[in-house]
Design a protein around this ligand. Structure first.
Ligand code: UT7
Length: 321
């Protein structure tokens, strides 16, 4: 038995917000040139007040289910990867289950691995399916990072956006996920974090995203190449057999540096960060769905998905689409 992606979907809220519009709205000392040159980001989407991660997850999930030819009631496992859940609890996955109208008691929980969350979620779902306990999983990355940005910190607020991506992962006779690897090193917790919490009815500590950009950059390029090679070796494939590299969409320079380290031509790397910025756990399924719908990713191709994020966490999944 295998676990195979049977459908993909994604959703970006509202109209695109350009670098110039963001700079003007928040009075930032920045420029379109600086943001494009350092990150490749040109636009991001920002959820309206009152729109939550589970709302974005719902739209992406409906599209993924339609692509898979499945009804919500067919789903028996829901995993939402998010660092910006609707509430402390219940999970956004449970809220999504309700919004989808699923009444079959499908298991539902969130995964918190920041920008690696989707790869973590996909790997967990595969293990449920291979164990025989579940047959049809909805794996979603959904984020409203705009809610945790300090709009006076130009070093972070220009980088992130809101969005969601989803896949349906099903038990199949045909090969799907070929190899996965998940890692974490909590000693790097300080270089990318939101070091706040709810306590005594108030937000305590610092409720905004804080990042040492250069430290994150160096760490990301190193571990993304390592974990890519790890899953290639586990699956017995070479980088030359990868049709598409679909990395976490954080910064175009990190994506290009990763492709270079793997000796992959830049045109084999799916890059969508320009029009949605860094959407954390949503970025890999967003990029995957856009590549599927644009006809670049086709059935039977080998895809290498990989992510890195706060924790630090990182991971990769090699799959036959
Ligand atoms: O999901 C993972 C999350 N994070 C990432 O992937 C981010 C990884 N890191 C990066 O992408 C890059 O480090 C950044 C894009 C965040 C920054 O690029 P950099 O080339 O590392 O710039 P820097 O931090 O070395 O800053 C260079 C200069 C500084 O000014 P001084 O000290 O040289 O005068 C910054 O204050 O650029 C300044 N700067 C800006 N200038 C204009 C920082 N942010 C901005 C801005 N506009 N938005």
């Amino acid at each position: 038995m295998h676990a195979r992606i049977s459908g993909t979907g994604s959703y970006l809220p509202g109209e695109p917000v350009s670098n110039a519009a963001l700079i003007a709205a928040h009075g930032l000392e920045s420029s379109d040139e600086w943001i494009v040159e350092r990150t490749g980001i040109r636009n991001r989407h920002l959820a309206a007040v009152g729109v939550s991660s589970s709302d974005l997850a719902l739209e992406a999930s409906l599209r993924a289910l339609a692509a898979a030819g499945r009804k919500p009631e067919d789903v028996d496992l829901i995993i939402v990867a998010t660092s910006t859940p609707d509430f402390v609890f219940p999970s956004s996955a449970a809220l999504l289950q309700n919004k989808l109208g699923i009444t079959n008691g499908a298991a539902a929980f969130d995964v918190q691995a920041v920008c690696s969350g989707f790869v973590y979620g996909l790997t967990i779902a595969e293990k449920f399916i291979l164990s025989g306990s579940h047959k049809c999983a909805l794996v979603v990355g959904a984020e409203v990072f705009s809610r945790i940005l300090d709009w006076t910190d130009r070093g972070t607020c220009v980088l992130f956006g809101d969005g969601a991506g989803a896949v349906v992962l099903e038990a199949s006779d045909e090969p799907g996920l070929l190899a996965s690897a998940l890692h974490a090193d909590g000693s790097h917790h300080g270089i990318l974090s939101v070091p706040g919490q709810l306590c005594g009815g108030m937000a305590t500590g610092d409720p905004f995203l804080r990042m040492d950009g250069q430290a994150v950059f160096k760490f990301a390029v190193k571990v993304l190449a390592e974990v890519a090679n790890e899953v290639l070796a586990a699956a017995g494939l070479t980088a030359a057999q990868v049709d598409w590299l679909i990395p976490h969409q954080a910064n175009v320079r990190i994506l290009q540096a990763t492709a270079k380290r793997l000796h992959l031509p830049p045109e084999k790397c799916i890059i969508t960060v320009a029009h949605h910025g860094n959407t954390s756990a949503a970025s890999i399924p967003l990029a995957l769905d856009e590549a599927v719908r644009s006809g670049r990713v086709r059935r039977g191709q080998n895809l290498l998905l990989e992510g890195v994020g706060g924790g630090f966490t990182w991971g990769a999944t090699l799959l036959r689409f």
